[in-house]
Design a binder for this molecule. Structure first.
Ligand code: SF4
Ligand code: SF4
Ligand code: SF4
Length: 258
C-alpha cells in the first residue's frame, strides 16, 4: 500500500494575501513540493477542507476577537503551526490601527457603516495560539518558505536567520544609507531578504521583525552619531514592529504624525 504523504494547509486572516501569492510564485519548486505533500486546504488554489494537517501555515494578523476560535481550531487540528509573513508574525502593518485608535480607524475605512464591522487590537497569531515557526517578511522571501517546507519534511529544524540586515547589506557592498543622512533599521532588523531594500536604494523598515538579541547600545550610538532621536524613528519602527513598542501610549499629536 502506498505510504500517505504529509498534509499541509494554508489559512488566511487579516492580510493582503501577498504571502500566499509568494508561495504560488515558487513555480519551479512547487511541482517538487506537490510531489512530496498533499495540500489539503488552500483558499487561493483549491476548495477542499480537511480534518487535520501535519503542517498549517497561517497568513494574516489576529484582528478580531472572533478570529481566536478559528485559530484555536486550526491549532487543534495541526501538528506544526507556521506563521507566514509579517502580518502573522508581528501583526505587520495592521498594528498601526492600534496607535491610531480603533474607532478612528474604523470610521476612516468604513465611514458611517463602521458599526457594522467587528474589530479589536491587531496582534500576531501567537497572541492567540502557540506558533512553532515563523517565516518573516512582507512579503515572505520565497527561499525562506522553501527552506521551512523542506526542513520540516526532512524532520529538521528550519534555519531562520537571526542576525541584522546590515550583514547582508555589507556583503552586497552597498553604501550605507546613514552616510547619505537617511535612517535605516538594518542594524536591528532580521536578515534573510538579502538586504532587498537598501540594495535598491530604499530604507529597511524591518518588515522581517527584529533580531532576538539586538545590540541596542550600538543602535543608539548610530542614532546619536547622525543626530536622530528615538522619537524621530518611532513612526518607522511602528510600521512593522508596533507590537514591540514599549514607549508611551500614543498621543493625538503622535497619531497625527502618522
Ligand atoms: S506580510 Fe505583507 S505581503 Fe504578506 S500578507 Fe501581510 S501585508 Fe501581505
Ligand atoms: S544601509 Fe541600512 S542595512 Fe545597509 S549597512 Fe546601512 S544601516 Fe545597515
Ligand atoms: S531590507 Fe528590511 S524592509 Fe526590506 S525586505 Fe529586508 S527586512 Fe524587509
Amino acid at each position: 500500500m502506498a505510504e500517505s504523504k504529509p498534509t499541509i494547509s494554508f489559512h488566511d486572516f487579516t492580510s493582503c494575501e501577498g504571502c500566499q501569492l509568494q508561495v504560488l510564485n515558487c513555480e519551479d519548486e512547487l511541482l517538487d513540493i506537490l510531489g512530496a505533500v498533499d495540500i489539503v486546504e488552500f483558499r487561493e488554489a483549491i476548495d477542499d477542507k480537511a480534518d487535520s494537517y501535519d503542517v498549517a501555515f497561517i497568513e494574516g494578523a489576529f484582528t478580531r476577537e472572533s478570529d481566536r476560535k478559528r485559530l484555536e481550531t486550526i491549532r487543534s487540528k495541526a501538528g506544526i503551526v507556521v506563521a507566514l509573513g509579517a502580518c502573522a508574525c508581528t501583526g505587520g502593518l495592521n498594528v498601526l490601527k492600534n496607535f491610531r485608535g480603533l474607532e478612528k480607524s474604523m470610521k476612516t475605512v468604513y465611514g458611517d457603516s463602521a458599526d457594522w464591522y467587528e474589530t479589536s487590537q491587531a496582534l500576531p497569531v501567537e497572541a492567540a495560539i502557540k506558533v512553532d515557526y515563523k517565516v518573516h517578511g512582507c512579503p515572505i522571501p520565497r527561499q525562506e518558505f522553501l527552506e521551512v517546507v523542506t526542513s520540516l519534511l526532512a524532520g529538521r529544524t528550519p534555519r531562520i536567520p537571526d542576525h541584522p540586515v546590515c550583514v547582508e547589506c555589507k556583503l552586497r557592498e552597498n553604501e550605507c544609507l546613514y552616510h547619505k543622512s537617511q535612517y535605516c533599521m538594518g542594524p536591528l532588523a532580521r536578515a534573510g531578504c538579502d538586504a532587498w531594500c537598501p540594495s535598491y536604494g530604499g530604507r529597511c523598515y524591518a518588515c522581517r521583525g527584529l533580531i532576538s538579541d539586538p545590540n541596542n547600545q550600538a543602535a543608539f550610538d548610530v542614532l546619536e552619531e547622525f543626530g536622530l532621536t528615538i522619537d524621530d524613528v518611532l513612526t518607522e519602527f511602528r510600521l512593522f514592529n508596533g507590537v514591540y513598542d514599549v514607549s508611551q501610549p500614543p498621543t493625538e499629536a503622535r497619531v497625527e504624525k502618522q
